[in-house]
Design a protein around this ligand. Structure first.
Ligand code: MRU
Length: 372
């Protein structure tokens, strides 16, 4: 890992503050669930898989703080990702209290960002581990910690697999356009869309990478460009409204993006502006690829119309670098995501394989295979 997107260190959640990159590389230590909720809401930690990991750790942090309050002679910390549960010494805590606490934490974190499926997936995963049977409180605490660490560890493996699957579609010499940030900063450290790029480069393929700046919060210009440069890869940043001219000039061979939520029919929510690129790909006959873990799929949703789209504050649009860019009185339209219909998607790369021309039947087949 070249930077800690999210980590759990000695009873604290560690994140790199993504709101101040690339100017400053500052690591924050979050001590409470409220601090984490604020960090997710303000995009200090962002990107669907990273939000999922952070949420799992939020549940652990909540437990950590409960133990610290309730356990007599509590150690300095109870859990650590590297040390695991070796410091755990619980006593006098009740199973019912733990469950009640986790239920409350789940509710707080579920309200932070509505679109990223991974947030709800991770919260449910921890909560269901905590809900099974009538375990003795100490083993319940260990079970919760181990599940949170497992979510993090598995996610990285998943990203490597997505990278390998996607890289099969990438030839040396291709020019790839990406949007927003679906790299290590948005995930466990490798990436989904950028994971495909990294894997292709590690396999010796030579690529030209274009990154749209991604207004209003510039995840492409600030974050994608930052992490590509950290890995020593060249990147060309363009204003979002320059994308069409790249296609006209024949400078794009494929678009690869990440996803925040994928409905049962393959419709895909991703950062606002993604849809324009899918439409350009259709118009100019170029492949439009989505790279996402299975945890981003919400197969129960009929179509993209059912995906809740986050509306963000007007201030993100009415000012830039602290200066007003619109006259007072102007109203603002600021959805954080748009939905690309499945018919515009050439393929979705997942850790379980690639779904070409995604539709309900193919996605259901994969879901059935996983549940067996
Ligand atoms: O609002 P953000 O920055 O959290 O939006 C992130 C994206 O749209 C990413 O493309 C998506 O979460 C996939 S990250 C692997």
């Amino acid at each position: 890992m070249i930077f800690p997107t999210v980590d759990y260190h000695r009873g604290r959640i560690k994140i790199i503050d993504q709101t101040i990159l690339p100017m400053e590389e500052r690591i924050l230590e979050l001590r409470t669930v409220d601090e984490l909720a604020e960090a997710i809401r303000t995009l200090k930690v962002r990107g669907a898989p990273a939000i999922g990991i952070a949420a799992a750790y939020g549940m652990l942090l909540s437990l950590e703080n409960l133990l610290r309050r309730e356990v007599a002679e509590a150690p300095e910390y109870f859990f650590d990702r590297e040390e695991g549960t070796s410091h755990f010494r619980g006593n006098g805590i009740k199973t019912g209290d733990i469950r009640e606490r986790l239920n409350g934490t789940k509710k707080i974190l579920a309200q932070t960002r509505p679109t990223a499926a991974n947030l709800f997936w991770a919260l449910d995963r921890i909560y269901s581990v905590a809900s099974i049977g009538e375990p003795e409180p100490n083993s319940l605490c260990k079970r919760i910690a181990e599940e949170a660490f497992r979510i993090h560890t598995e996610e990285l493996e998943v990203e490597y697999a997505i990278g390998e699957n996607g890289s099969r579609y990438i030839r040396s010499g291709m020019s790839i356009l990406t949007y927003c940030n679906a790299g290590g900063l948005a995930t466990a450290g490798y990436g989904t869309a950028l994971g495909v790029v990294y894997c292709a480069c590690e396999e010796g393929k030579e690529l030209r990478i274009y990154a749209c700046e991604t207004r209003p919060l510039l995840q492409g210009a600030r974050l994608t460009a930052w992490e590509l440069r950290k890995r020593g890869l060249d990147v060309t940043v363009l204003c979002d409204n320059a994308a069409a001219s790249l296609f006209v000039g024949g400078l794009v061979d494929a678009v690869i993006v990440g996803a925040d939520r994928i409905a049962g029919n393959g419709d895909t929510a991703n950062k606002i502006g993604t849809l324009i690129l899918a439409i350009l790909c259709e118009k100019y006959g170029k492949p439009f690829y989505v790279a996402a873990p299975w945890s981003t799929f919400d197969v129960g949703l009929e179509s993209g119309k059912d995906i809740p789209i986050e509306e963000r504050s007007a201030g993100e649009v009415t000012s830039f670098a602290g200066r007003a860019t619109t006259p007072s009185g102007a109203t603002v339209y600021n959805p954080a995501f748009d939905v690309t219909p499945a018919r515009l998607i050439t393929a979705i790369f997942t850790e379980r394989g690639t779904i070409e021309r995604p539709d309900r039947v193919k996605i259901q087949e994969l879901a059935d295979k996983l549940s067996r």
